[in-house]
Ligand binder design. Structure first.
Ligand SMILES: Nc1ncnc2c1ncn2[C@@H]1O[C@H](COP(=O)(O)OP(=O)(O)OP(=O)(O)O)[C@@H](O)[C@H]1O
Length: 666
């Protein structure tokens, strides 16, 4: 059976409405092992016929029947498979891919076979030997002579072991010596059982074959057999398969690294926008953490101060109710009794409930002959005092008090020496029915607290700190009200503080909400929100430069498509699908996008190190830029998304290119 049959092939080109018939009813049959020359004058329609046979042109009338199957009935993807499987193209102008070596040019076709990487390599080496180019296998096309280039093209056409080799003027650009060598190779191919169809103007070339078909003015004018077709020995053929994404990606990577200098510059330009986004997000993280740490180092973030809610209006917000409670602070109605304290202890995630006294009033401290009198507050030492700093001594134990530096100085110039000494402290308390009573007692001084920096020199009231037990015992001794002024509740973890607060605010006694709270969490939240907003706004402004990045990738990919038009034609002619072409350019954009993300990440970390170092002493060693893994992942995802977006139009255009036009691109 004939390997290829042409039945009444007709083809016209149209210029506007005007029809130019090029093929006017071609009927031919081709045998295996035949070396057929299609001889004719220029413009006779030889190339048009070759494109039809090769499956590059499907707009014709009549039938091309290959191995008994009419090509017209096939879908586009089957035509791609047909070109991979059955056809090997050899062009007059070689159409080698300039940035690939001899071996890699041959491998383009081998990538569309189901051979393993190792087998492909071995076959490519074998083919270089067959066409006499083994020594030149690592050269690029620009380092080869015309004859050598054509031999590479022959090896590439043979790589996927096709049944039919279509050679369009294969010797047109060669001198007579190279012509002979190429023709000898083509004859060997025919002798191996393949059908070789060569288009030529030259009688000398035609005489080399086994059969000459003359074509003039779109019609067969002669069909002459010079020799019988070569005998065909069956052999196991290489199986073809579609390009895998992995192989397409590798090709894209090769092209990217081929012009790495220019691509690096483009990636650098694209990276600027991404860098700014990562950097500002990192700055946001650092600033938030810095402010939170600064606030938390002055106050214990795990604690919540709880007051009795004195209003019976359940609708008032915590803040409104807090104002009212504070007005009744220290009165018997505002104090917390044991029932209240027990309720607080039963809340989930509450580690500790410390009943607290805060008694304000005219008081006096006496040491030897020195007295410090005035408005004093007697406060209870609680978990909220753990960050207090002492100039001398330590926090008070039961029976002891701690003084502030200013008060201690009033008693003794050498105030630190007061630690361990006994002073008399007289202060005011109230009985449960509101009558004032005076407490006067001796206490040992446990330590001298540093005065808060901002209060230095200010006329803030004096304060004394003692344990709850110390104050309670003093109050009991004079029958004063011993209910706590308020309570300090400590949560087990910072993360649970919010939950504890809402549980406390919701607790009811006799149908009324029983507590109001005050905590630093709300301040921390506010600070975090503000710094987050600022950093997001800055990152969004930086994000505008990403639009520039998108345009850079679009332009680069379009340039790459223009530069590689011929390569697109070659891949399509060898059986590459439209989607392989589009993947090729999408991959290249992706490589560019990911490279720029990598550059941006390196720059951002370098910027982070630089800025943190520069501001180290100013910020007490805190790192103001803190890029998180999340920021980095975000940048990589953004880079991938912009690369995909930017590659849409150019890769789509590349995939839609007409193969015949792409092959004839200059
Ligand atoms: N895309 C096209 N649009 C319009 N006319 C075309 C197109 N391609 C080819 N032709 C015309 O069809 C005719 C046949 O062209 P074809 O390239 O098949 O001839 P050929 O025999 O291969 O010539 P040559 O030996 O010079 O390559 C020519 O007149 C050419 O101008």
């Amino acid at each position: 059976m004939a390997v290829l049959e042409l039945k009444n092939i007709r083809k016209s080109y149209f210029l506007g409405k005007e029809e130019f018939p090029v093929l006017k009813g071609i009927d031919l049959e081709f045998e295996r092992g035949d070396f057929v020359s299609l001889l004719g004058e220029s413009g006779g329609g030889k190339s048009t016929l070759m494109n039809i046979i090769g499956g590059l042109d499907r707009k014709y009338e009549g039938d091309v029947i290959v191995d008994g199957i009419a090509q017209k009935t096939k879908k586009e993807k089957d035509m791609d498979a047909y070109r991979r499987d059955t056809i090997g193209f050899i062009f007059q102008s070689f159409n080698l891919v300039s940035y690939l070596s001899v071996l890699d040019n041959i491998l383009i076709s081998l990538k569309m076979t189901n051979l393993s990487d190792k087998e492909r390599h071995a076959r490519a080496i074998e083919l270089t030997k067959q066409v006499g180019l083994y020594e030149h296998r690592k050269k690029n096309p620009s380092q080869l002579s015309g004859g050598q280039k054509q031999r590479v093209a022959i090896a590439r056409a043979l790589a996927s072991d096709p049944e039919i080799i279509l050679a369009d003027e294969p010797t047109g650009a060669l001198d007579s010596q190279n012509t002979k060598e190429v023709l000898a190779l083509l004859r060997e191919i025919a002798q191996s059982g393949k059908t070789v169809i060569v288009v030529t103007h030259s009688q000398e070339v035609a005489d080399y074959g086994t059969r000459i078909i003359r074509l003039a003015d779109g019609q067969i004018t002669g069909d002459e057999r010079l020799k019988p077709a070569y005998p065909v020995e069956s052999h196991e053929r290489v199986q073809s398969k579609a390009l895998t994404y992995r192989d397409t990606f590798r090709t894209a990577f090769k092209h990217f690294t081929h012009s790495w200098k220019i691509n690096l510059l483009i990636a650098l330009g694209t990276a600027i926008g991404l860098f700014s986004v990562i950097f500002f997000l990192g700055l946001g993280n650092g600033a938030t953490k810095y402010m939170n740490d600064t606030i938390s180092s002055n106050v214990n973030p795990n604690v919540v101060t709880v007051f009795k809610r004195t209003t019976t209006d359940n609708k008032l917000s915590n803040e409104q109710a807090l104002q009212q409670s504070q007005q009744e602070l220290g009165t018997s109605t505002g104090n917390l009794d044991n029932d209240h304290l027990n309720k607080l202890k039963n809340i989930d995630h509450v580690k500790k409930v410390e009943p607290t006294y805060s008694l304000s009033g005219m008081s006096s401290l006496k040491y030897n002959d020195k007295t410090k009198a005035g408005l004093f507050t007697l406060d209870t030492w609680t978990e909220s005092n753990i960050n207090d700093e002492y100039a001398a001594g330590a926090k008070p134990k039961d029976g002891e008090i701690a003084l502030h530096t200013a008060d201690a100085k009033a008693l003794n110039a050498d105030y630190k020496s007061l630690v361990g000494k006994t002073v008399n402290f007289t202060f005011q308390a109230k009985t449960s029915n509101g009558t004032a009573v005076q407490v006067s007692k001796d206490f040992k001084i446990s330590g001298i607290l540093k005065d808060p920096e901002n209060a230095a020199g200010s006329s803030s009231s004096s304060s004394v700190i003692a344990t709850y037990n110390t104050i309670k015992a003093s109050l009991s001794a004079v029958d004063a009200d011993t209910n706590a002024t308020y309570a300090v509740v400590t949560a087990d973890k910072v993360d649970n503080v919010k939950g504890v607060i809402s549980d406390i605010q919701a607790l009811k006694v006799d149908g009324n909400k029983a507590f109001v709270t005050f905590s630093t969490t709300s301040i921390l939240d506010l600070v975090t929100n503000i710094t987050n907003i600022v950093s997001y706004v800055l990152a969004a402004i930086a994000g505008i430069s990403l639009i520039v990045s998108i345009f850079m990738i679009v332009v680069t990919t379009y340039m790459s498509v223009a530069e590689r038009t011929k390569e697109i034609g070659v891949i399509r002619a060898l059986g590459g699908r439209k989607k392989d072409i589009s993947r090729l350019f999408t991959s290249e954009s992706l490589i560019l996008g990911v490279s720029s993300a990598a550059i941006a990440i390196v720059l951002a970390y370098a910027g982070q190190a630089l800025i943190n170092k520069a501001l180290e002493s100013f910020l007490d060693g805190a790192n103001i830029v803190q890029i998180s893994t999340g920021n980095v992942i975000f940048a990589i995802i953004v880079a991938i998304l912009i690369a995909l977006l930017a590659s849409l139009a150019p890769s789509g255009r590349a995939a839609r290119l007409n193969t015949i036009e792409a092959l004839s691109a200059e």
